[in-house]
Design a protein around this ligand. Structure first.
Ligand code: PMP
Length: 420
């Protein structure tokens, strides 16, 4: 039956009569309306880090909803779950004396981080520092600023110019960043925004020395470093915020997804004490920014319960412990004639990219392969030229191997279809 539900990033002319309706989830498994079971190899949209069906998180949210479901934290209003969550995240973050601004998702976190960066420079007497530099292939959500800086060019098409004071540099070059800062004028650049490992843009880990290199360049020119940990955080790379793997201290970290494992919407920005200082120390330096549901008590209670699980079950470390195993299950696919590259080995995050020539013959190769793999009981995420894998951190060896087998069989069938 034709649906009234408009799906994000979807061709509704195709999807309108063909929705794939899921009904319930348990650990790494989800079930459709007919009762078929699927291995969730993407943790939904890279977020179900603690796995599905955690009744403790549901109970914590329900208990909070019975007590005080929602209340704003504008002005001096606060609630205990929001205070506790901010404190916990500040303690976990790799930066001293951190403060935490809460949002309801990753895109809102990006807008918040960039506005905090600009407002910080303004408060420091440098109001002309507004330019934001991001990277090719980057994805930072679809709110205003995230759309304006998008490094996946297709995601900017058709919307006009949203953020004129922004530009993109090659995702793998420290020199390109330095040159761009010089071209724009060092005293005009507010921030450099980057994902420690690019997610939606193809699962691209940084080259050796890159992360330290860009942080050093930003320090040299007084540019704030915003690490977008929306995908990379909460165990995905085996650490709390992803960037710890490279031993750097960013100025702001955006997070979402794994902070609640998606049980309720939540995101935010962790802000270095130095950047928060003008707002904390100088009366009148107000950040005139914030959303109705910032610090929503039920969402914060869900986040706290989720963080308890991630810590208690050592799931954050597991993201790193299992990275070689996931890589070992997928790397053999490199030998398949349809595969260009398998990228894996940094956390529980991987992508299988298809040969470029294949798209001439079969433009729908990526969604076709995803469907063939789904028919074998495994859910993957379609990217432009690749399929992504980012399972719940609770996944075990047999299930990891199952992902590899489903890929191999799906690729063979795709090869037949493409007339190999
Ligand atoms: N940043 C990154 C790196 C993301 O992957 C995403 C979402 N996939 C976002 C920001 C935006 O988050 P949201 O969809 O919650 O707005």
């Amino acid at each position: 039956m034709e649906t009234a539900l408009w799906h994000p990033f979807s061709d509704m002319a195709v999807v309108r009569d063909e929705e794939f309706v899921l009904e319930r989830g348990e650990d790494v498994w989800v079930y459709d309306a007919a009762g078929n079971r699927y291995l969730d190899a993407t943790a939904s949209l890279w977020y179900a880090n603690a796995g599905h069906g955690r009744t403790e998180i549901a109970d914590a949210a329900a208990e909070q909803m019975r007590k005080l479901a929602g209340y704003s934290i504008f002005g001096d209003f606060a609630n205990e779950p929001a205070r506790a969550l901010a404190g916990r995240l500040a303690d976990l973050a790799p930066m001293p004396d951190a403060k935490v601004f809460l949002t309801t998702g990753g895109g809102e976190a990006i807008d918040s981080a960039v506005k905090i960066a600009r407002r910080y420079h303004d408060a420091q007497g440098q109001p002309e520092r507004v330019h934001v530099i991001s990277r090719t292939n980057s994805y930072h959500g679809t709110n205003g600023i995230g759309t304006g800086v998008a490094g996946i060019d297709a995601n900017r098409i058709g919307f006009g110019e949203i953020l004129p004071s922004s530009s993109r540099v090659a995702y793998d070059s420290v020199d390109a960043l330095r040159e761009e800062i010089r071209r724009v004028g060092p005293d005009r650049v507010a921030a450099f925004l980057f994902e420690p490992v690019i997610g939606a843009g193809g699962v691209l880990a940084p080259p050796e020395g890159y992360v330290q290199g860009v942080v050093d360049v930003c320090r040299e020119y007084g540019v704030l470093v915003i690490a977008d940990a929306v995908i990379c955080g909460f165990g995905r790379l085996g650490t709390w915020f992803g960037v710890e793997r490279w031993g750097v201290e960013p100025d702001l970290i955006t997070f979402a997804k794994g902070v609640t494992s998606g049980y309720l919407p939540m995101g935010g920005v962790v802000v270095h004490g130095r950047v928060a200082e003008p707002f904390w120390e100088r009366p009148g330096t107000t950040l005139r920014h914030g959303a109705t549901y910032s610090g929503h008590p039920a969402c914060c209670a869900a986040a706290l319960a989720n963080l308890d699980i991630l810590a208690r079950d050592n799931l954050v470390e597991r993201g790193r412990l299992l990275e070689d195993e996931l890589a070992a299950a997928l790397k053999p696919l490199t030998a398949h004639p349809l595969v260009r590259e398998v990228r894996a080995g940094v956390g529980l995050l991987a992508a299988v990219e298809l040969q470029p020539e294949l798209f001439d013959r079969l433009p729908s190769a990526v969604p076709d392969l995803s469907l063939l793999i789904r028919q074998r009981g495994v859910l993957t995420r379609t990217l432009a030229k690749a399929l992504a894998v980012s399972p719940p951190l609770t996944i075990r060896s047999p299930e990891i191997n199952e992902i590899g087998r489903a890929f191999a069989a799906g690729l063979d069938e795709l090869a037949q279809k493409a007339g190999e």
